[in-house]
Write a protein that binds this ligand. Structure first.
Ligand code: 4AD
Ligand code: MG
Length: 432
């Protein structure tokens, strides 16, 4: 016997081999002369059996609580009734840490919907959270992999900033040595500056929004994958976002089938995710929605309820594009062939999930930008350096932001965004 064996490799070690497994007590049951311990590690669960014949080891096993940690040594045995078809006949428990009674149990969780959130520092050990966190890890890896293999440079932008990207109402104010600063809502403007150096850039960073309502899909701190591309337009953003998202989903299907199954997530909707995604102009969306019983006028925003109904009409994610000027931030370039609309796109995830990406073409002309800032009743002085970029070799460019937690939520099939990350932040939650 050498070293330690991960739970997932115990069956591979083979009948009769001696293994050392390190983990935590997931379930424990005492019947007659035996103690059955289901041991959990980062890779799975396995049953370990301690027999009373082995008195000193049996005594140690008796003391173990749920979530006590232990190292168990024993022989691998085929056991069709055990989860996974194998169990370990324990010969020794060379190490254990018993600790306190684990506080999380089903009754406590049922009694209070906030309980598992208050206990998140311990609940991250649950098999559901393990599955989500593994899928999330694949997703972050796949984002980096896609950008890097498509010629993008990874860059970093500051989190302390001085003016709004996405509107003043969701800015978090920070006292910055007596000066008023904010937490960033998006790294977009910094990425725009960096395209003049590197042409194709991306970043994965937190963004902050003082979202004053609690919804299923809003956090106050979320992970934002953003990209910006010189010499690119709306058409390029359609292809970039659909290729990126399809790549991410493909990687999850390759790496995380067991995790998806543990979450009860059907894979068919994910298997449909292949480029190209259907393109739905805003005008058409309004028509579809009004036929479905909404009463929308041209110029109305498309909110969560509308997105849910709209996405149920499709089996793929969709590109919802050409939003009216008034529902999109000032930096969006208006379509010269239909100036009341913008060269903007949101990608909506299917199955009712809705917006996961916002992006489009940016205004690159100096006068056009100044005029639009004024039309939006904003102060050009607040955007001095951003405007400056339009003075020196400005170029057409486009970009987007992908809400990674929302993507995790959809891919995992979760009901609430706060279950898509280990330590969520919303209006009422700063702990743990
Ligand atoms: O649509 P948004 O506000 O667009 C921007 O921030 C652009 N400046 C991005 C860019 O073009 N570089 O946000 C982009 C995405 C949304 O589609 C959504 O997925 C996610 O970020 N998002 C949130 N996710 C969780 N909680 C929130 N409060 C979010 N706000 C936006
Ligand atoms: Mg948006």
């Amino acid at each position: 016997m050498q070293g330690f064996t991960y739970v997932k490799d115990v069956a591979k070690a083979g009948e009769g081999s001696l293994v050392n497994v390190r983990g935590w007590v997931y379930r424990k049951r005492v019947t007659g002369g035996k103690i059955f311990i289901v041991i959990r590690d980062s890779t799975g669960v396995i049953q370990a059996v301690v027999s009373r014949d082995n008195e000193s080891v049996f005594k140690k096993a008796e003391q173990l609580n749920i979530e006590s940690s232990l190292i168990a040594t024993g022989y691998v045995r085929k056991e069709p009734r055990a989860p996974g078809g194998f169990e370990i006949q324990v010969t020794d428990i060379p190490w254990s840490f018993v600790g306190w009674q684990f506080p999380i149990n089903e009754d406590a969780a049922k009694a209070d919907s906030e309980y598992l959130l208050d206990m998140r520092h311990l609940w991250v050990r649950s098999r559901r959270m393990q599955a989500v966190l593994k899928i999330r890890s694949t997703i972050f890896g796949a984002i980096h992999e896609w950008f890097r293999s498509n010629g993008y440079y990874e860059v970093q932008a500051p989190m302390f900033i001085t003016s709004a990207v996405e509107g003043g109402s969701t800015l978090f104010e920070v006292n910055y040595f007596g000066e008023k600063a904010y937490l960033t809502q998006s790294s977009q403007f910094y990425l725009e500056a960096l395209i003049f150096s590197l042409e194709k850039v991306y970043t994965i960073a937190p963004s902050f929004r003082a979202e004053k309502s609690r919804t299923r899909r809003h956090l106050t701190e979320f992970w934002h994958a953003e990209a910006e591309v010189a010499w690119a337009g709306l058409e390029d953003m359609f292809t970039v976002t659909e290729n990126l998202i399809s790549h991410i989903v493909k990687r999850v299907l390759e790496s995380n089938l067991e995790d998806l199954s543990l979450l009860g997530r059907k894979t068919e909707p994910l298997e449909n995710v292949k480029p190209p995604f259907p393109r739905v102009p805003y005008d058409e969306a309004i028509n579809i929605l009004n036929k479905k019983g909404f009463n929308l006028k041209w110029g109305d925003d498309i909110g969560a309820d509308e997105e849910r109904v709209l996405t149920l009409e499709f089996t793929q994610p969709i590109h919802l594009h050409h939003f009216p000027e008034n529902v999109k931030a000032f930096y969006h370039r208006n379509d010269p062939s239909k100036p009341s609309t913008t060269l903007s796109v949101d990608v909506l995830a299917p199955e009712g999930y809705g917006e996961v990406v916002g992006g489009g073409e940016r205004i690159y002309d100096y006068d056009e930008l100044i005029n639009k800032i004024k039309r939006f009743n904003l102060n050009p002085e607040d955007y001095q350096w951003y405007i400056d970029l339009r003075k020196y070799g400005s170029v057409p460019h486009a970009g987007f932001g992908l809400g990674v937690d929302r993507l995790v939520m959809w891919i995992c099939g979760l009901d609430h965004i706060r279950d898509a990350l280990p330590f969520p932040r919303d209006m009422r939650r700063l702990k743990p």
